[in-house]
Write a protein that binds this ligand. Structure first.
Ligand code: G3P
Ligand code: CA
Length: 371
């Protein structure tokens, strides 16, 4: 695997110079003209294809590779500080399992109705959490990322907001932030709700206005509506899974599923509180029975018809994440035709994409724009 030499010594991606960076100014009303040329590249968990996810190094690299946005997932500590991890359970992305002093913190908890065993962000104070190191989640697929294990810490969300501002100054362009509230019903039931704390940070960093470079996202629905009631003026995005139902609806006995939310009627409801949707990419272009890339669905057109932006997730270059007809060779960790896959999605009219390899997203966007 020699592919990652592409980022060696990278200061600023060479691909960005030739293509105007997309503007994210003005109201987010979706129109054909406002969408033109504005496809966003969102550094998913940072440049998580090249660095352990949700570390300052991963976010920093994403921006330097040309990402328009960096994407922190947000959980909370015992003492109420928002920190960046993909889920409350931190055993898979830190060295906590090797730390004898925390051995008795290992617990089985019910997370959105499912038993999960491990170590939990909400059982650690920030001071304790800051003694841990980040670790690569997918060492079998991203062995090179393990180079950084035991070298990077878990950032607070406040630190990532600060980094966003610093990167914008340093790179001379506006870098956005795309925070996702993780498991809001779960944290609310623990007495550690995320919403006011998040809104306080959005305000503290001067981003609580409709044209700010921020999208607040969630797989749940109620908390996005609550954030609106609390005073969130910045754009919001409703995430949409390819299966199941938002856990807040499940917990409330509401029978609606994600399949209901992507109907024109469901999209109309979302448009009352959000400016966009973040669907699983298979909802934009499905797969055939054989696992190949299928035909585009009507979701992009329907969402645009409701005035919603469309930012599908997650584009990854390794074969294991690609449609069968975009894989190259047999190695699960080897890269396939990721640029071709992204260009196929860009042709559907999406407004942005989440990717673990922002340099590839920027390249695909450039090639599509030049075609
Ligand atoms: O937030 C978009 C995408 O990141 C959703 O998936 O599980 O990676 O947070 P997840
Ligand atoms: Ca996310």
């Amino acid at each position: 695997m020699h592919r990652r030499t592409v980022i060696a010594g990278l200061a600023v991606t060479p691909f960005t110079a030739a293509v105007a960076q997309p503007a994210l100014a003005g109201p987010l009303a979706v129109s054909a003209s406002s969408r033109k040329g504005a496809t966003l590249v969102i550094g998913h968990r940072g440049a998580s294809g090249y660095r352990p996810e949700h570390t300052l190094a991963a976010y920093d690299l994403a921006a330097r590779m040309g990402a328009d946005f960096i994407e922190p997932d947000v959980v909370i500590t015992k003492d109420g500080v928002l920190v960046c991890r993909h889920e409350p359970e931190i055993g898979g992305t830190t060295d906590v399992a090797e730390r004898a002093e925390f051995a008795d913190r290992k617990k089985t908890k019910k997370l959105d109705g499912v038993d999960v065993t491990g170590w939990w962000a909400e059982d650690f104070t920030l001071k304790e959490l800051k003694t841990l190191y980040a670790a690569e989640r997918l060492p079998a697929v991203r062995q090179e990322n393990t180079l950084y294990n035991k070298r990077l810490r878990v950032p607070t969300l406040d630190e990532v907001f600060q980094l966003r501002a610093e990167l914008s100054r340093r790179l001379g362009r506006r870098i956005g932030i795309y925070p996702e509230t993780k498991h809001p019903t779960y944290f609310k039931e623990l007495g550690l709700p995320l919403e006011k704390r998040l809104l306080n940070l959005v305000r503290k960093h001067g981003l609580n206005h409709p044209d700010a470079p921020i999208f607040v996202q969630s797989f749940e629905t109620t908390n996005l509506q609550q954030l609106r009631r609390l005073g969130l003026k910045a754009p919001a995005v409703q995430l949409l899974s390819a299966a199941g139902a938002p856990y807040d609806l499940v917990a409330a006995g509401d029978p609606r599923t994600y399949a209901d939310l992507i109907t024109p009627k469901g999209l109309g409801v979302i448009a009352k509180y959000a400016q966009g949707i973040g669907p699983d990419k298979n909802l934009v272009i499905g797969r055939t029975a054989a696992g190949a890339l299928g035909k585009p669905t009507e979701l992009v057109d329907n969402a645009h018809g409701s005035g919603l932006l469309v930012h599908p997730y997650t584009f990854r270059a390794e074969n294991s994440f690609l449609p069968s007809d975009y894989r190259v060779g047999a190695g699960e960790a080897d890269y396939g035709r990721a640029i071709d896959e992204q260009i196929a999605y860009l042709a559907t009219g999406i407004d942005g994409l989440f990717t673990d390899q922002p340099d590839i997203g920027v390249f695909a966007r450039s090639e599509r724009a030049a075609a």
